[in-house]
Design a protein around this ligand. Structure first.
Ligand SMILES: [Zn+2]
Length: 289
C-alpha cells in the first residue's frame, strides 16, 4: 500500500502541475530519518531548476514527473508516501518540496510518515534502464491474459504470492491481489503451474475489474488513515472490499462462506473457502480435490 489504484489516483491528482516551471527542489525541515533522495538534493535542484513539467506518468507503483528536457523525477511512495498539492496531513512528516511557477499550483509536496519512500532524478538513458521491462514487468492494466500466463504459468509459487512480484506484472500489491483472486474465484494457494486457462482468463478479467473500480473510487484509505489523494482527501474503495481485512465476516458473493485469513510469504491473505474452492495442487505440494 499504496498500490496501482492509489498511485494512479496520485498521478491524476497532480495533473494540474503539467506546464508549470520548477523554481526549486528542497528537502523540508524534518527531524525524522531522512528519506532516500538520489542524487543529492542540491544536484537535483541544479539539474531541474527552470525546467518545465511536460507530463505526469506512472510505472507500476511509481509516479513519474517528466520534464521537457527528457529528465524524469521518480517518486516511489512505498508504504506511506503521498504526493500533495495542498497542506499535508502533518508537517512533521513532510519530506520534499518542489516549488513551481507559471501554473495553477505553487508547489508539489512529498509527505511520508514512515519514510520508506524514495525520490530519484533520472536522465533519459537512466530512465530507460530503471523503468524498463527488464526490471519492472508490464503494467497490470496493460498486460494481456496471454502475457500474464507466459510470465507466471511456469512458476511453482502460489498465485497470490506470484501476483505481487513486480518483475512479472507491475502494480498489484497485497490488498488488491486478495480482492482479484476472490472476484476470480481462485484459491490464493493454487500453484501457478496448475492453473487452467479459464482460471487465467478469470484472474486477468478480475484484475482489470478490481483495479479500474478502485481507481474510480480513488483508492483505499485503510483504518490507519494514511493514504490520501493529492488534495488530502480519503479514497473510497475501502467500502467496496470483499475480503481484505474481513476475517470472520460472511462472504458477500456466495453468502455461505466465512472469510478466512492465512499467511503467505509473511503477508496476510484473505479469501472465501467456499467461492475460492480448492482445486489442483497447492504451492506446498499437497494435492487437494
Ligand atoms: Zn464466498
Amino acid at each position: 500500500m499504496p498500490e496501482l489504484p492509489e498511485v494512479e489516483t496520485m498521478r491524476r491528482g497532480i495533473q494540474p502541475i503539467v506546464g508549470c516551471r520548477i523554481r526549486s527542489v528542497s528537502r523540508t525541515p524534518c527531524e525524522r530519518r531522512p528519506i532516500q533522495i538520489t542524487p543529492a538534493i542540491e544536484l537535483i535542484h541544479q539539474r531541474v531548476r527552470g525546467k518545465t513539467i511536460a507530463s505526469i506518468g506512472r510505472r507500476g507503483k511509481r509516479v513519474l514527473i517528466q520534464l521537457d528536457d527528457q529528465q524524469t523525477i521518480v517518486i516511489e511512495p512505498r508504504m506511506t508516501g503521498l504526493v500533495l498539492l495542498v497542506a499535508p496531513p502533518t508537517t512533521e512528516h513532510l519530506r520534499l518540496r518542489i516549488s513551481l511557477a507559471g501554473g495553477s499550483s505553487n508547489e508539489l509536496l512529498f509527505w511520508d510518515r514512515r519514510g520508506l519512500g524514495t525520490v530519484r532524478l533520472l536522465s533519459a538513458e537512466e530512465a530507460s534502464q530503471w523503468l524498463g521491462e527488464a526490471r519492472i514487468g508490464r503494467d497490470a492494466l496493460e498486460i494481456t491474459t496471454e502475457q500474464l500466463r507466459e510470465q507466471l504459468a511456469s512458476s511453482r509459487r502460489a498465485i497470490k504470492v506470484a501476483l505481487l512480484d513486480q518483475k512479472h506484472v507491475a502494480g498489484i500489491g497485497n490488498l488488491y491481489a486478495a480482492e482479484i483472486l476472490h472476484l476470480a474465484g481462485v484459491d490464493p494457494r493454487t500453484r501457478c503451474d496448475r492453473l487452467t486457462k479459464p482460471q487465467w482468463q478469470r484472474i486477468h478479467g478480475a484484475t482489470l475489474t478490481v483495479l479500474n473500480d478502485a481507481i474510480l473510487h480513488e483508492g483505499s484509505t485503510l483504518s490507519d488513515g494514511t493514504y490520501r489523494n493529492a488534495l488530502n482527501q480519503d479514497g473510497g474503495y475501502q467500502n467496496q472490499h470483499r475480503v481484505y481485512d474481513r476475517e470472520g465476516q460472511p462472504c458477500g458473493k456466495c453468502s455461505v462462506g466465512t472469510i478466512r485469513r492465512i499467511v503467505q510469504a509473511q503477508r496476510s491473505t484473505f479469501f472465501c473457502p467456499v467461492c475460492q474452492r480448492k482445486s489442483g495442487v497447492y504451492a506446498s505440494g499437497k494435492r487437494v480435490t
